[in-house]
Design a protein around this ligand. Structure first.
Ligand code: 3HC
Ligand code: NAI
Length: 708
């Protein structure tokens, strides 16, 4: 079948887009549609035409792969859909868009150029371009407010979230919902409207409002975008483009304003980063030696050991995906406490309108509390989430080995311990794997899947697949201390503390990184997670520290004073009863004193240095991890940081950011830090090599044959 095919059902033409997997508007598709429309116009026997997608969806948008070719100059072909859309709209015979699956981006823009839109009940429509750092580029910002009104038009273009068919119907974006066979319904609809005069969306100005009505809508949209999509240029550009639809005298001028804004966004670093993230999120699922089609184990039931902070959240994640889960504790009091927290979390979600009461009740029924291993024999997978301690973990795994059926997966949520050593407590190390969830486990999207040396391919493939099922993004990592995310987070937080000990204020360090785009500053993050966690680990590993190598000192002293962070009402900051952080002059004074006593020169530190020290600490460690093979590709590290550590999406992740800055520049800056601060800043060999060869981390992936 060709990309676009024209067939006929008596007097109705059927134009089918056939570009799997998502019918993107790749080169050839717009041309094919235009040609078919020309034939429809010319053929006197045709009275109306239907445009429909083959396979699982209508058109899901422009071909995102083409954007990189445009910005790198590999193709001169721009996003030239507008002439095709005008051709459709100018057709004197009704053109009906029959939507199933997703009409996203260019797909919705195509649909809006039709004279009618009908949809399956499960269809979704949206302009998600802002999630790629761009704005609709084929008149979406001009036609959508004409169909849905200015308020909804601006919301859909600036937030980028899709809506379901029922809402689209209410808004006037679609004209009818078709139950049952879509093509059959489309044919009947086409016969109803054949011969009737057509109406061009671009001429429907009645919903465009007046300047007085629109001004507050745009002001609120801008305020919302600045708050919720901090630092992003595309949402503001999308608002400007919709505003142009309401202010400029003609549709064509509106399209021209949209084109300019679209091009600015497309060529921005933000868009390149966000497109990298789009493909990266799909790339991480690809594991070279665990190919698609590797056998998986059906996970229809699970068990969690430990109902503490993590175990409770993990049980919720399984229940939310409809998987029944046993939740085991050591005593009734701990079990009751764990269940009460789960109940409270669900109740909060119901209060906030995220879940219905019925959903909560159904999910709670799926969580079966227990104090014994009695029912563990039947479950397909167990996730251990007991206290962090090797002896205890080994005891639990030994027990699991005895009670679980052959074939069930034994996973540990450990954040620091060696998976192979844990696996050695069983007679089935191939069934053992790390599933490192992030707190709160029912909310955070990241799941580091830690491959032990014996973990079987079947077990890996199952965990990768399962991650999607429970709403997570699974990234396969190797078994090293801290795995990928926490191993890099160590140097990042170390530098943040050093900067404070050298004279930067706690607030200045947090603000610099917040302004860079991090969800939270590193000092506030420490307070949230609990400063005592790192303190305990440092105490345990003190014997491994090299004499003469600088170690953070202030955080340990704060802990000695009982300042563990939010949980004790004070850490780097003071906290009020609502857990709002308040800068604490006492901390500033103490840290200055401790720094001076330790002989650390106190100085003014620029915002730029704060960002470089912290972010390049991530990059340097990331480069080591990559070279040592604990991450498959640099994009895997990026996806971990974006989904587990609040790294800003528009920077593309730490490794992408370093490539954007240029590794030569990053390397030189790290060399400066090395000279000033000593061996902790020794440049990673891979970084040095790539910088000298004028390459980036992305080139390393390609050289390794692991790139997209
Ligand atoms: N262009 C190119 N490739 C695309 C694509 C697109 N628009 N959408 C999806 N793909 C690819 C994916 O990369 C993936 O490839 P892979 O199998 O090699 O990894 C494959 O199609 C399947 O995608 P998913 O794994 O995401 O499949 P799902 O079934 O989970 O989701 C979807 C389908 C909801 C359509 C989802 O892919 C999606 O949201 N796609 C992006 C939609 C989008 O952003 N559209 C706007 C594009 S920009 C635009 O239109 C600009 C215009 O205004 C000019
Ligand atoms: P927690 O202290 O909140 O909960 C541990 C629970 O395990 C306690 O309720 C305890 O009663 C229970 N338990 C101990 N032995 C048990 C046994 N034999 N059988 C059943 N239950 C038992 O600890 P948390 O924070 O939930 O951590 C659990 C694991 O998750 C640790 O390995 C930790 O390193 C890891 N982790 C923690 C994260 C966090 O942010 N808290 C993040 C990622 C991983």
């Amino acid at each position: 079948m060709s990309l676009v095919e024209l067939t006929k059902d008596n007097e109705i033409a059927i134009i089918t887009v056939n570009n799997p997997p998502v019918n993107a508007l790749s080169p050839g598709v717009p041309e094919g549609i235009s040609e078919c429309i020309d034939n429809v116009c010319k053929d006197p026997s045709v009275k109306a035409a239907i445009i429909i997608g083959s396979g699982s969806t209508f058109v899901a948008g422009a071909d995102i792969k083409e954007f990189g070719k445009i910005t790198s100059g590999k193709t001169q072909r721009g996003i030239a859909f507008l002439p095709m859309l005008i051709r459709i709209e100018d057709c004197s015979k009704p053109v009906i868009m029959a939507i199933h699956g997703t009409a996203f981006g260019g797909g919705l823009e195509l649909a809006m150029a039709g004279h009618y839109r009908i949809a399956s009940p499960s269809a979704q429509v949206g302009q998600p371009e802002v999630k790629l750092g761009i704005i609709p580029g084929a008149a979406g910002t001009q036609r959508l407010p004409r169909l849905a009104g200015v308020a909804k038009g601006v919301e859909l273009c600036a937030d980028g979230n899709p809506i379901k068919a029922a809402e689209a119907l209410k808004l006037g974006i679609i004209d009818r919902i078709i139950e049952g066979d879509l093509l059959k319904g489309a044919l009947a609809f086409a016969r109803e409207v054949a011969g009737k005069p057509t109406r061009k969306t671009r001429e429907r100005n009645e919903k465009l409002g007046t300047p007085e009505q629109n001004a507050p809508i745009f002001a609120a949209a801008r305020e919302n975008a600045r708050k919720k999509q901090r630092g992003l240029m595309a949402p503001l550009a999308a608002i400007d483009a919709v505003e142009a639809a309401t202010k400029l005298p003609t549709f064509e001028e509106g399209c021209e304003a949209e084109r300019k804004l679209f091009t600015e966004c497309l060529f921005s670093d933000q868009s390149k980063a966000m497109i990298h993230v789009f493909f990266g999120e799909r790339e991480v699922a690809k594991i070279p030696d665990v190919p698609k089609g590797t056998a998986t184990i059906p996970v229809n039931s699970a068990a969690v050991v430990g109902a503490g902070t993590m175990g409770g959240g993990i049980a919720m994640a399984f229940a939310n995906a409809g998987i029944p889960v046993l939740l085991k504790e050591t005593d009734q009091a701990a079990l009751d406490k764990g269940l009460a927290t789960i109940q409270k979390n669900y109740a909060n979600s119901v209060k906030r309108g995220r879940f219905t009461q019925q959903f909560m009740d159904e999910r709670l029924k799926l969580i079966q509390p227990t104090l014994s291993y009695d029912d563990f024999g039947s479950v397909d997978m167990v996730i251990e989430a007991v206290f962090e301690g090797m002896a205890l973990k080994k005891e639990v795994f030994g027990q699991l080995d005895r009670v679980c059926k052959p074939g069930s997966i034994l996973a540990s949520n450990t954040s620091t311990l060696n998976i192979d050593e844990i696996a050695s407590a069983t007679k089935r190390p191939a069934a053992v794997i790390g599933t490192h969830f992030f707190s709160p486990a029912n909310v955070m999207r990241l799941l580091e899947i830690v491959r032990g040396k014996a973990s079987s391919k079947e077990v890996i493939a199952t965990c990768m697949q399962l991650s999607k099922k429970i709403g997570k993004i699974g990234v396969l990592v190797g078994n090293c201390r801290g795995f990928v995310g926490n191993r890099m987070f160590g140097p990042y937080r170390r530098e943040a503390q050093f900067l404070v000990e050298e004279g930067a204020s706690v607030e200045a360090v947090d603000k610099a990184l917040y302004d860079y785009g991090m969800a939270m500053g590193p000092m506030a993050t420490g307070d949230l997670a609990g400063l005592d966690v790192g303190w305990r680990i440092r105490k345990e590993f003190r014997h491994t520290e090299k004499p003469g190598v600088r170690q953070p000192l202030a955080e340990d002293r704060l802990c000695e004073l009982g300042r563990y962070g939010q949980k004790t009402g004070a850490g780097w900051y003071k906290y009020d009863s609502e857990r709002r952080a308040i800068p604490d002059p006492e901390v500033a004074q103490m840290v200055k004193k401790w720094g001076t006593e330790a002989g650390i020169p106190q100085r003014q530190i620029s915002k730029e240095e704060i960002v470089d020290r912290c972010i390049y600490a991530l990059v340097n460690e990331g480069a080591r991890i990559l070279e040592e093979g604990y991450a498959l590709r640099s994009v895997d590290i990026d996806i971990i940081y974006l989904n587990g550590y609040g790294f800003p999406g528009h920077r593309g992740g730490p490794m992408w950011y370093a490539d954007t800055v240029g590794l030569k520049k990053v390397y030189e800056r790290i060399c400066e830090f090395h000279k000033q601060h000593g061996e902790l800043w020794e440049p990673a060999p891979l970084l040095k090599r790539l910088a000298e060869e004028g390459k980036g981390f992305a080139d390393f992936n390609k050289d390794q044959g692991a790139a997209a």
